[in-house]
Design a protein around this ligand. Structure first.
Ligand code: SIN
Length: 299
């Protein structure tokens, strides 16, 4: 008989720490916290250290009522380290590292950028660590972003499955994403340059189970947009394993869903979270700006 997949119990701990300079309010059992009591441009070093701790703990955090300028967004981003290369765009005028994500009200797209479950740019040799996204204009409903906690998902696998996965490497490539976007819209996916496209298609092999460089926590590094093969496996084996893991990670009880308001800032740790942008707001404009911060070679 086939076992019915039940909502798993155990392994959840998204409780907030008691911080001195910020307040973190957990938003779901699996992940996500609202950070309040601070204006991002005025964060002291002590408050910033608590924001960092909250991000590692909750995997995704967000702030309300910030209304940052591009320059304030960049200044906050640089407190996390240098910018990561962006394969897809060359930024906005005067701010090469601030990537616009804008969908006009009249635009119709079956394959919106970011609308499949993914971690940011894992085809790079050193994929981005942290991503920071801010909202300037949002639809009255729809256009939510959803995150899934890949560390929690790893913890809830059986010990036998964890042991099998730990030595494996997954090849991450932008090739399937580009093909999918072309099938959806008939248009080529934009890349910052031809060299960026070629490198993104070739991609890189990374550990399927990676260790967080700060917390030491293990998480699954696999997604439905960029993971194309498991090294040493046949295509059929690879696809079955990647499909299983993607379905496992994205079960709704491992997720948090944010309804955007104007002036918010959300950020996530690509090492321990997947995300997607819901493509469900035709007829309304959505204007967002994103920065990605340099990460390390996954280990
Ligand atoms: C992304 O960074 O993948 C896009 C997220 C969003 O637009 O909500």
């Amino acid at each position: 008989m086939r076992e019915v997949r039940l909502s798993p119990a155990g392994g959840y701990d998204n409780s907030a720490r008691d911080y001195a300079h910020i307040t973190a309010t957990p938003m779901a059992s699996a992940m996500g916290a609202l950070i309040s009591g601070v204006a991002i441009p005025d964060l002291t070093d002590e408050a910033f250290a608590e924001v960092q701790d909250a991000l590692w703990r909750h995997k995704m955090i967000f702030f309300k009522d910030q209304r940052l300028t591009h320059a304030e967004h960049e200044a906050f981003a640089l407190r996390w380290g240098p910018f990561a290369p962006d394969a897809y765009t060359n930024g906005v005028p005067g701010h090469v590292n601030v990537q616009p994500l804008i969908k006009e009200a009249e635009a119709r797209s079956k394959g919106l950028f970011g609308s499949g479950w993914h971690t940011d740019s894992p085809f790079l040799p050193e994929p981005p660590g942290v991503t920071i996204l801010r909202s300037v204009e949002v639809p009255p409903y729809g256009g939510d972003t959803v995150w899934a906690n890949t560390a929690l998902a790893y913890r809830t696998l059986s010990p036998a499955m964890q042991e099998m996965l730990r030595p494996l490497k997954v090849r991450m490539s932008a090739r399937n994403n580009a093909w999918t976007q072309k099938m959806a819209d008939g248009k080529e996916l934009n890349f910052a340059s031809d060299a960026a496209r070629e490198a993104a298609f070739e991609g890189n092999a990374h550990p399927l189970v990676r260790r967080h460089p700060v917390t030491g926590e293990l998480s699954l590094y696999v997604d439905e947009v960029y993971a194309v093969a498991i090294e040493g496996m046949t295509g059929a084996e690879s696809h079955a394993l990647i499909d299983f893991l993607c379905r496992h990670v994205t079960q709704h009880h491992y997720t948090f869903r944010l309804k955007w308001e104007v002036g918010m800032v959300a950020m996530w740790d690509n090492r321990s979270a997947l995300h997607l942008a819901a493509n469900d707001y035709d007829g309304f404009r959505r204007e967002m700006y994103r920065t990605t911060m340099a990460g390390e070679r996954p280990a």
